[in-house]
Write a protein that binds this ligand. Sequence first.
Ligand code: SF4
Ligand code: SF4
Length: 380
Amino acid sequence: MTTTSMTTQHQIAMVMDLNKCIGCQTCSMACKTLWTRDEGMGYMWWNTVNTMPGAGTPHHWEQMGGGYKDKVAQVGHLPTRKEYGDAWEFTHENQFDADPVEGTHLTFKGERPEWGPNWDEDQGKGEYPNGYYFYLPRICNHCTNAACKEACPRGAIEKRAEDGIVTINQDRCRGYRYCQPACPYKKIYYNQITKTSQKCVFCFPRVDEGVAPACARQCPGRVRFVGYLDDKSGPIYKLVKQWKVALPLHPEYGTEPNVFYVPPIAPPKFDEHGNLDESTPRIPDEYLVSLFGPEVLDVLKRIKGEMKKTHDGGKSELLNVLIAHEWKHMFGGLDRDPATVPQAGGMQSQALDYKPNRSTPKAMPAGAQPLVFHPGQRAK
Ligand code: SF4
Ligand code: SF4
């Protein structure tokens, strides 16, 4: 049992159906335009969508350590700005000025970039005609056993009691950056202007008003389900607990993520004669197991079983939920129209009122001790 799980009343969570993600980055832009427009946030993408198999964002984040092994905190790497990819500037003036420089092409300014979010888009793996890839959207997992929170010597990282959303109190943060290597998902960014760490806030000002996070509401693929893990009538409970078809990414990292994924089902392979061969999966089982753990194989069997049922003329409640005929049913009650929130200018200005750079000062809870992190420390 962890400190964080003991204090959370109703854990909010997200399920992303990887069979429906089209890699359009609408979620990334919805988040970017809402939350990371201030100074020092240019290179931040709290929501990323990478092609898998791929090195991801930051570059090779899966090999950067952090999290827990057998409940013991692991040493992690502090990602560099280069590994995230910078907020590149381009020579737009050469193209759009009244007097463009002849013979010049749109290019970057300064040092040649070597990596960035979505750098290896659509590369994937495998040989023609059996190549494969899928898209993996990622946000902070608002973990039950949040390694970032345990690592912060200032007690600046908070897990909200009412819904388990993990936030960084900008007034308490001093930019020590212990949280970044501690997070095994590398979902924390450092703002060099404010000298504080910043991350996804699960759109809590929207959630507080009954509105789903922007990445979920704006997703054209209807990929993202939102709700509370203990709400038996909501989609999250059904997908994670009842039908058990949604799994956390890298459960072995030990932080108990609250973002879950319905694993991807690829089309069959072609054999040497060009015929469909169902006997070996196009996405290797071992790759999916490395991402989602051994349970993923049973999950795939379960979903394929339901698909066969409907193919044979039957009905599947699971597939009906996954298809999301009615988008409002995806949000577990958080389906309020943002335009109806009684704030000047509607939801957008309300959400923008919360600036990660300018959060309301909060007092340290009575009797609370700052948590000091050592790499070998045991998780509570
Ligand atoms: Fe597009 Fe939705 Fe996938 Fe984001 S999660 S890339 S919005 S389909
Ligand atoms: Fe913290 Fe990382 Fe978990 Fe988010 S994903 S709560 S930043 S450990």
